[in-house]
Design a protein around this ligand. Sequence first.
Ligand SMILES: Cc1cc2nc3c(=O)[nH]c(=O)nc-3n(C[C@H](O)[C@H](O)[C@H](O)COP(=O)(O)OP(=O)(O)OC[C@H]3O[C@@H](n4cnc5c(N)ncnc54)[C@H](O)[C@@H]3O)c2cc1C
Length: 471
Amino acid sequence: MQRGLMWFRRDLRLHDNRALAEAARACDEIYLVFCFDQEILDKLQDKEDRRVDFIHQSITEMQKSLSRNKAELIVKYGIAREKIPELARKLKVKSVFANHDFEPKALKRDAAVAKALQKDDIAFCSFKDHVVFEKDEVLTGSGGPYKVYTPYSRAWRKRLTVDDYEDLTIDIKADRFPALPKGIKSDDWSLKAMGFKETDLQWPGGTSEARKVLDEFLERIDEYKDKRDLPAVKGTSRLSVHLRFGTLSIRECVRAAIGNKSDGAQTWINELIWREFYNMILHHFPHTEDDAFNEEFNDLDWRESDSDFQAWCEGRTGYPIVDAGMRELNTTGYMHNRVRMIVASFLTKDLRIHWKYGERYFARKLLDFDLSQNLGGWQWAASTGTDAQPYFRIFNPVRQSERFDPDGEYIRRFVPELKDVKGKAIHAPWEKPSLFKEQTGDEIGDDYPEPIVDHSEARDAALKMFKDAKE
Ligand SMILES: Cc1cc2nc3c(=O)[nH]c(=O)nc-3n(C[C@H](O)[C@H](O)[C@H](O)COP(=O)(O)OP(=O)(O)OC[C@H]3O[C@@H](n4cnc5c(N)ncnc54)[C@H](O)[C@@H]3O)c2cc1C
């Protein structure tokens, strides 16, 4: 009789889960565990963290669904490096099954778990699940990692076969999941016991919700290409948080879209490939967690300004599109991709503040925070990354606003001080002070701030900063 333990981490689903399928293939009986890891939770500053709430909701749903099948999910709260080997030992399993987690800290944790298990002759088996292709699966002709997205995406598509996105769902039958031995039980994993609180989460967790969001998106996927850059409309899928925590499988997304030849569906697949590209980049270039991918830009003469950084964080820069984005992030935990690019460009080029500050702030606030994607996005916007925005192409926040939020609908949604500003003035209210006074009854700088920087001067200073570094 072979017994295994399936350890869920960033794959919070029972269907189409590679490690679970492998466990079912190798074992007669499988125990299931999720551990709320104190080494991660204790570092979270905000005790009303929407991500913890999301995970909690997803685990609750998993447990309910298992109990309908008379199976059980063991939920632990503590240090995963210790809790998992201890549980595996007590359950007398032969192997622990998990899906790859590729972030540097997770790799260290897994190495420690594997080492501890080895002492009891228990194997640690981990599998690819989070992406379609990982590590060295898509390489250049000369065998190295790609550093440019377009040839990578071509090679990715060329390599793809139906086997790469097959459905790995197994039967959740009770006889596969034995009753827990005496003395083995879940810890108290209520949010309160872990020191957290329920939040105003607008993206409920769980696989049923993920499926609902995917189905709803599939009805409008053909329009994705035309609408994906407009933050005021529902043009994108809003699936990033589900992909982050694995309440949706990446293979499910590919299966749903690959046969659709519309420009919308194919553009969406390109975005999924960007996700794979950045995942591969972090694997091959882990130093990009702290340093510029492009070494030439490692010693840029960044500015230090606590007050400007604070104004950016709070959405009080005086540039409405930037402020709307930061307030969307602060109040919902999400920000539209186009606006992420605008605010990141503003911080690094207009304020010349190191991208690492922005990256860390996003890491604290984003519901879909994923180290590889966040680093990729930030280093792209800062022009320090792989296949990044060239340093001399600097976003003008007003032009971006006019182009992508032409009616100012997105701005008015998140910046209430500007709700009475009519027409085009919304993009740069300081340019029409008397109109602003007439429409809002306020002077610029009373309630809504004056711009903290002059874009054209800031642009010149940023160009100089990059040119100096190149010289
Ligand atoms: C500065 C910056 C930071 C970012 N940080 C993160 C992050 O921490 N986590 C994260 O998941 N995404 C990040 N992104 C990428 C992107 O903004 C989000 O994935 C996207 O906004 C999520 O919305 P959606 O699910 O509706 O995306 P859709 O447009 O529907 O795209 C589908 C999926 O493709 C992937 N994707 C989309 N755009 C990108 C992109 N530009 N790069 C890589 N993958 C992409 C995501 O998994 C997304 O869910 C960042 C982008 C920038 C510019």
